[in-house]
Design a protein around this ligand. Structure first.
Ligand SMILES: Cc1ncc(C[n+]2csc(CCOP(=O)(O)OP(=O)(O)O)c2C)c(N)n1
Ligand SMILES: [Mg+2]
Length: 589
């Protein structure tokens, strides 16, 4: 081991926070740092094909592990990663972006240095990044330890990315290893606020005869999943947003499906909109997850945010999400309003109905004009699939994939037909579903799969991605293969941007992509024979590929090219696309 320095200090701190992989692409301003990474006992370098992929990989890693890190070089490298960092910001994912900069003396001389704009200003990129990171540290020899600690602490606390700019000389400056653990600010609730909340929740449910809960992604981000599960174990009917699917166990008898505003299934619509009291926890309504803001919540709503709770017009501050859930649980338990775990868990789920048989209508006053209302989308069961040997279509594909899922899987779905095709399929117990519906960058999922897979090698990683999206980030397939990361990669070959076709330009040439021979592409990326690939034309082909993955002991990368018709659109996407095109065409004048 070389001498302890600023880089080794940073690596020690990252390792202490649970990070064991650093994703990135080298550059001359980071090379000296990377020698220390190579020598570090607990952090491994994962060289990626480009910085955008490395950023997405760090994001996918963080979504499983709690913190991710990416290292790029000044200007050219960091700006390629900035899209990924902005995505992590939007989606509340803690990622540390480490950037190697020209040496302090080079910067002071102000010369036209490579990877700069040539104007002697070395601050352009840090200023750009400041817009999409919560904390920024521009390291000097003097401030390095304090700034590394501050940026990591704030990144973990805020669940937003942090940026560390390290000039090449500062990276190698001597600095002893940390002598005490990183102190994280405790997020303790104010006892008086909690007591007041208790009273307000009691009053809110005093005359209620029904209650249900809607959960969102911030439950995961705030580390409140255990508290949520404890509350749900009381037998509370619940729904999730499409973004927040990972926070509940979708195999629960009390789970009613995703709530997507007006395009929800009748069961989800009734459970969320037609109750006396709704508890909303960790939810941020976005256009794509709320049916373009068509949500209609009951008058009495208890809204639990990351650090505060709103009950009617009253807001209770300084309340941690987990503590708020515990208070609501206490009150609900005492009220007798919820069924009791044992009986309720045995209750059969209401049968899944076709949208046309919708028994429930949304609140009359809140209903938008009839022509703006898409048909509700029914939840789908895996058995609903057509014949296994019929030509593959969207319905058959997602039914076949859903039927093969099992406990422990990490399913990552890209923002094309994949995300919406799987949106109405119930995940088995113990499956983590990851999407990126707010930032919604196509191509995110393949590198995110790399990160998620390396974050927990005991789980089966499955990526569902469109052919257009895969063309953006396919280079990281090479990284997966080089590092021999087993996974199932499903690429939906529908010859273009089908989700865009559904919104506008059904047959327009701008929605076509360059056709690739996908199985040949995989071969070209695979000099060692690590992959198996299948061009799936039927549901039976898809099922067979999953079975083959298992027969190979889950030790290979299984690439499934799922060939489906270009104009075939999952029902949920069709409903949302109609709303999207209306929203895009709307003029306020
Ligand atoms: C980085 C980025 N560029 C462009 C878009 C706009 N966009 C949204 S969906 C989409 C098409 C996705 O097509 P594909 O991945 O093939 O999925 P499909 O719907 O065909 O399954 C595009 C171009 C985007 N969301 N992100
Ligand atoms: Mg496509």
């Amino acid at each position: 081991m070389g001498e302890a320095n600023v880089t080794t200090y940073l690596l020690d701190r990252l390792s202490e926070a649970g990070v064991d992989r650093l994703f990135g692409v080298p550059g001359d301003f980071t090379l000296a740092m990377l020698d220390d990474v190579e020598e570090h006992p607990s952090i491994e370098w994962v060289g990626c094909a480009n910085e955008l992929g490395a950023g997405y990989a760090a994001d996918g890693y963080a979504r499983i592990r709690g913190l991710g890190a990416v290292c790029t070089t000044f200007g050219v490298g960091e700006l390629s990663a900035i899209n990924a960092i902005a995505g992590a910001y939007a989606e509340h994912v803690p990622v540390i972006h480490v950037v190697g900069a020209p040496a302090t003396t080079t910067q002071a001389a102000g010369r036209a240095t490579h990877h700069t704009l040539g104007d002697g200003d070395f601050g352009h990129f840090a200023r750009m990044t400041a817009e999409v990171t919560h904390a920024q540290g521009l390291l000097t020899v003097e401030n390095a330890a304090a700034e590394i600690d501050r940026v990591i602490r704030e990144t973990l606390t805020e669940r937003r990315p942090g940026y560390l700019l390290i000039p090449a000389d500062v990276a190698k400056a001597p600095l002893p290893a940390p002598d005490a653990p990183l102190a994280l600010d405790a997020e303790a609730s104010d006892p008086a606020s909690l007591a007041a909340l208790h009273g307000a929740v009691e009053a809110a449910i005093a005359d209620a005869s029904s209650v249900s809960l809607l959960a969102g992604i911030l439950v995961h981000r705030m580390g409140a999943e255990a508290a949520l599960h404890e509350l749900l174990a009381l037998g509370v009917p619940h729904a999730v947003s499409l973004w927040g699917r990972r926070v509940v166990d979708e195999s629960s008898a009390h789970y009613v499906g995703p709530y997507i505003g007006a395009v929800s299934s009748p069961e989800a619509l009734a459970a969320v909109e037609d109750v006396d009291v709704l508890i909303v926890v960790g939810e941020q309504f976005t256009d794509l997850t709320s049916g373009f803001f068509s949500q209609h919540l009951p008058e009495t709503t208890i809204e639990i945010g990351p650090r505060s709770v709103r009950v009617g017009d009253e807001v209770f501050g300084s309340v941690a999400m987990a503590d708020a859930l515990a208070v609501v649980g206490e009150v609900l338990e005492a009220s007798g309003l919820v069924g009791g775990a044992a009986d309720a868990a045995d209750a059969p789920l209401a049968p899944v109905t076709d949208g046309a048989e919708a028994a429930v209508t949304p609140n009359a006053e809140a209903t938008p004009e009839p022509d703006a209302l898409p048909p509700p989308v029914a939840e789908v069961t895996a058995e609903a699939a057509g014949a296994a040997d019929d030509p593959l279509d969207q319905a058959g594909l997602w039914d076949a994939v859903a039927a093969r899922l099992r406990e422990g899987d990490v399913v990552i779905a890209d923002q094309g037909t994949s995300f919406y095709g799987m949106g109405t399929h119930r995940m088995p117990h113990g499956v983590t579903f990851i999407g990126q519906p707010l930032w919604a960058a196509i191509g995110y999922t393949l590198p995110a799969l790399l990160g998620a897979a390396l974050a927990d090698r005991s789980r089966r990683p499955i990526v569902l991605i469109g052919d257009g999206a895969a063309q953006l980030t396919i280079a990281e397939l090479g990284t997966l293969i080089r590092d021999r990361v087993p996974a199932v990669v499903v690429v939906v070959n529908n010859l273009g941007y089908t989700v865009e076709r559904a919104i506008h330009g059904l047959t327009a040439a701008y929605n076509d992509i360059a056709p690739w021979n996908w199985t040949a592409v995989v071969k070209a990326f695979d000099p060692t024979g690590f992959t198996r690939s299948v061009s799936a034309r039927t549901a039976a082909d898809v099922t067979g590929a999953f079975e083959q993955y298992d027969r190979l002991g889950g030790q290979r990368l299984m690439f499934i090219e799922a060939v489906v018709p270009p104009l075939d659109v999952p029902p949920l996407l069709a409903a949302l696309a109609g709303q999207a095109s209306r929203a895009n065409a709307r003029r306020d004048d």
